[in-house]
Design a protein around this ligand. Sequence first.
Ligand SMILES: [Fe+2]
Ligand SMILES: [Fe+2]
Length: 143
Amino acid sequence: MSGLSLNDYPAHKALHDEILGGAEEQLDSMKTLLNKLEHKELAEEMESFIEYVETRVLGHFDEEESGTGFYDRAVGREPALHDKVQGLKRDHELIRMMTARMKEELAKEDVDFQKLIDHSVSIILVDEIHSRDEEDILLGGRE
Ligand SMILES: [Fe+2]
Ligand SMILES: [Fe+2]
């Protein structure tokens, strides 16, 4: 997505919703596999969830922070937004940390799948709150 369309409320919100929807779908199938104790398949799903988060979620964050300069330009236009944008960057950082922890857990000999599901739920929740805040703070929110 180009820098210009990130400034567009409906387009940016649609992108957030699409990213969240994909993550929620994967979480549902991981929960089903956990209930069925299908650990081998679950490990593969976890790997693909992490890959999805890295590509779509963290990829979107990188675009906002550096790629398109979306955040910098918003603060440039309105310097009073500086602290709020720092808060949004912290949300990005939290999700990066949670993703790194998931990778560490998945690399262990004895994987704690419940812990990985809990991390996935947290990532989705923080991303949802973050997306709504970002839409409100930088895009004028609910039209
Ligand atoms: Fe963001
Ligand atoms: Fe965003």
